[in-house]
Design a protein around this ligand. Structure first.
Ligand SMILES: *[C@@H]1O[C@H](CO)[C@@H](O)[C@H](O)[C@H]1NC(C)=O
Ligand SMILES: *[C@@H]1O[C@H](CO)[C@@H](O)[C@H](O)[C@H]1NC(C)=O
Ligand SMILES: *[C@@H]1O[C@H](CO)[C@@H](O)[C@H](O)[C@H]1NC(C)=O
Ligand SMILES: *[C@@H]1O[C@H](CO)[C@@H](O)[C@H](O)[C@H]1NC(C)=O
Length: 479
């Protein structure tokens, strides 16, 4: 090979053909180089190449040429990329530096519990509003509770004033305190007077026991309707004159779920207990044109409170209020509400479609549910049944999927668990007045079959109503 090269290099003017040959001889690595004798003629070297010595490897040559071309292309591409990167990296770096610089002022947000003076200003404003609210409520209906709240708000005011002077404060604790105070003020505003002054039915407000069933009946729709809800209309007509809540009828109602025990649109009403027990003289009310209408009922958390039916709307995270007088449906969105069988009551086996559970007691209307934000633990909201909005919210540490059902009595949330097929037990209580809970209760509750689709309390007759598989049971709450 080296010989071959030397031979050609010794030639002066290199013709293109020769160059080609050179290339061939040096690249076609398998062929042996041949030695040829050159003849000098007019300063030009010519030599005869015996072409039969080696066959010209045209195929290989083409292949190599192709590879070389392609390699060139790839190289160009690579070069372009390198250039682009070199150009772009500083730009990226600059953007990154800019972002870092712009985010730096917000780093304090990582530092939980410590906030800026702006937040402090918001808190001060909220506090001023609370002071005004409690002031006007106290003027209208002074009570021990309004006095107590005024004192506590005064304490927080002092604390916030002190924060203004120092640079170091725990805003989280203050916000938590404000929320509690807000709940307190809202209670003064919205909870009926007899309850607050503790002279009413809730003077002994903690459940001490539950009677054996006082009524037992198969659902008027049949035993195969294993899920639904039932009860008695749960709000007294206001004794006072001049109120917009005229003549609320008292009646018993049953709401059966169809379509895999999930949906419904019919409420069956009985004007009297006798009619209900005898299964006669009923009236069916449709809250929606069909069970798959957007305004239909989903799940067994329904209650009838005053002149309205409250339930979880079909395939939705909204709450629905159907007005029995005006026949109008209103919806209320609860942020983050766990619905659509995501968080049913479970304990022993899950009772499907029990995500949203309405409840009523002496103090008003409630809804029991859960949110992802509260990690699936029970959340309790008080509702204004007329305005249909949330007035207060409490979060508990009780995992919703670890209880079979829940209900409210005198501002206390109670939860039940499965004991066996024929027995339930009230084991947990959460007091909204104090925020304290207790999971050591053991109030027995007899039943006919395993599943509890709904369990609600009625503050008018102080009875509990259970939809137990296809059976309708009621019990006396004992204090
Ligand atoms: C060319 O090479 C072949 C085989 O090597 C040989 O038989 C032939 O005589 C050579 N021709 C010339 C002109 O040298
Ligand atoms: C970041 O970029 C924006 C515009 O893109 C510019 O207004 C701002 O001054 C830059 N910030 C810093 C800290 O460089
Ligand atoms: C509670 O009520 C049940 C009937 O449901 C009764 O058997 C039991 O003795 C009562 N317990 C107490 C402590 O009164
Ligand atoms: C609820 O609605 C009523 C009437 O619209 C309103 O006065 C009240 O402030 C609302 N409450 C809340 C907590 O939004």
């Amino acid at each position: 090979m080296i010989n071959g090269i030397r031979f050609f290099l010794s030639v002066k003017p290199l013709t293109p053909t020769m160059l080609l040959l050179l290339l061939l001889l040096t690249t076609a690595g398998d062929g042996d180089a041949q030695r040829f004798a050159g003849v000098k003629k007019n300063d030009v070297c010519s030599c005869q190449v015996n072409s039969s010595v080696w066959a010209f490897p045209a195929k290989k040559f083409e292949g190599v040429m192709h590879l070389v071309e392609k390699c060139g292309e790839s190289l160009e591409l690579l070069e372009a990329q390198v250039m682009l990167s070199n150009e772009m990296i500083p730009k990226f770096q600059a953007t990154f530096d800019n972002l870092t610089a712009r985010l730096e002022p917000y780093l304090y947000l990582n530092d939980l519990g410590r906030y800026t003076p702006l937040h402090l200003q918001h808190v001060a404003q909220e506090l001023t509003k609370l002071e005004n609210d409690i002031g006007s409520i106290h003027q209208l209906k002074p009570s021990d509770q309004t006095l107590q709240l005024t004192k506590e708000i005064g304490k927080v005011r002092k604390e916030v004033d002190r924060m203004h002077l120092s640079n170091n404060f725990n805003m989280k604790a203050v916000k938590e305190k404000l929320r509690t105070l807000k709940n307190g003020v809202e209670s003064c505003r919205t909870i009926p007077e007899p309850f607050i002054s503790k002279q009413g039915v809730c003077s002994q407000r903690i459940l001490s026991n539950i009677s054996t069933p006082v009524s037992q009946k198969i659902s008027p729709f049949g035993k195969s309707y294993v899920s639904g809800s039932w009860g008695r209309q749960t709000k007294k007509a206001k004794q006072n004159h001049d109120d917009d809540e005229e003549d609320i009828e008292d009646f018993y109602w049953v709401q059966p779920l169809i379509s895999s025990h999930r949906l419904g649109n019919v409420i069956r009403r009985y004007k009297t207990y006798d009619d209900f027990m005898a299964t006669k003289n009923h009236e069916d009310v449709s809250v929606a044109p069909s069970y798959s209408h957007a305004d239909a009922i989903q799940g067994s958390g329904t209650v009838v409170y005053g002149n309205a039916v409250f339930f979880n709307c079909y395939m939705s995270t909204d709450l629905c209020r159907y007005d029995l007088k005006t026949k109008a449906t209103r919806r209320l969105k609860i942020p983050d509400l766990g619905a659509n069988n995501q968080f049913p009551y479970c304990y022993y086996t899950c009772k499907d479609w029990t995500d949203v559970d309405f409840a009523a007691d002496e103090t008003g209307l409630w809804v029991i549910y859960t949110t992802l934000a509260n990690h699936g633990n029970l959340v309790l909201s008080r509702l204004d049944d007329q305005a249909f909005n949330v007035t207060q919210t409490w979060t508990t540490r009780l995992f919703k999927k670890s209880v079979t059902n829940a209900f409210m009595v005198c501002g206390v949330l109670y939860a039940t668990r499965y004991v066996d097929r024929f027995r339930e037990e009230v084991f947990y209580a959460f007091d909204t007045a104090t925020g304290q809970d207790d999971n050591t209760l053991a109030l027995p509750l007899e039943k006919i079959d395993s599943g509890v689709a709904s369990l609600t309390y009625n503050p008018i007759d102080r009875q509990l109503y259970m939809y137990n598989e296809g059976y309708l049971l009621s019990y006396k709450a004992l204090f």
